[in-house]
Design a protein around this ligand. Sequence first.
Ligand code: ADP
Length: 408
Amino acid sequence: MSPSRVLVLNSGSSSVKYQLLDMRDGSRPATGLVERIGERTSRLRHTGPAADPREQYGPIADHEAALKAVAEELTADGLGLDSPELAAIGHRVVHGGMSFTEPTVIDDAVLAEIERLIPLAPLHNPANLTGIRTARALRPDLPQVAVFDTAFHTTMPESAARYAIDPAIADRYRIRRYGFHGTSHAYVSRAAARLLGRTPQEVNVIVLHLGNGASASAVRGGRCVDTSMGLTPLEGLVMGTRSGDLDPAVIFHLARVGGMSMDEIDTLLNKRSGLFGLCGDNDMREIRRRIDEGDEAARLAFDVYVHRLKKYIGAYCAVLGRVDAVAFTAGVGENAAPVRAAAMAGLEGLGLAVDPELNAVRADEARLISPAGARVAVAVVPTDEELEIATQTYALVGTGSAPVGNNS
Ligand code: ADP
């Protein structure tokens, strides 16, 4: 039988998440996480077929050491990188610019292009590259596929992707709206169509990916036509620690009047703003708890978050013209019923409403939360980026003859 397993690697700036998926039976024989790479307190948590997680503590110096440690854990479970069952490795790559519109089998030219895109994603692409290089060194003969966070958004029309600045300047510095979380938006928009018993081509969906990072997208007939993140993940919705949209002149003001450096402003807007900036907490559970205790700052943070979300929902109703479904996903979207209720409150004029009882149900499956007979379906759809990366990877290489260097 041909190999049916795909190892999915998500190499972040200080972490590596991995899952081994079997595409034949849908099982996940191993999953795990290496955290705090480069610190003294690194941790590897591995769950293999025995189900009981194994943990390792102690310094893991870099991504190369982290991947080698992961490979050893897999080998200990008889699932090593040399296993004949392994068909490919699928890598999450954050920024594919306009170079990569599809998942792509990695060769030297692809690596060079991902490297050329580093200025657009200085924290993420280098970590992704190290993951790819280390995995290639461990199994040079195995097909490796890059799945890009930006790829799903490359179908956006110029009217949505362009900033209203001099095109010559924009093009020189590759400034445009790229969007992120594309793997999740792709997966969730298709799953929402399935929930309605329709094909992705038949439906228009607004996807609200509300995790620690958060983004919205407008998907028409399976193709993304607008998304809320832009050149970087800073644009758009209020997030855990990112401000999302603000008047760009805030930056000039902080520099000229506040005397802050560019790096300080970057840190302020990316790491110390959003929910955290407004109330000191970025976890929606904690914010809800504080609101229940009458905390004003938490209330304000929640209200600002929901107001921005509503504005994007309204905007994407206008962009799409006809909306068949609104799908909530990721940590907040899947779990925080009060956010879903508040975001939909007062939008009956747009055909949007949630049924309070359905909204309160906790479940792991995709489900509808709109009242029976509603004009627009409102759904909770758990995202599964690993499955999407594995599916896209396997679709490229699973038949055995992998096209190489598929970057258009
Ligand atoms: P990431 O962007 O890091 O992948 P996730 O999609 O895992 O984030 O979302 C993490 C966030 O989800 C947490 O910061 C928290 O705000 C929110 N969250 C997780 N579980 C719950 C819950 N039960 N209720 C409300 N919010 C939750």
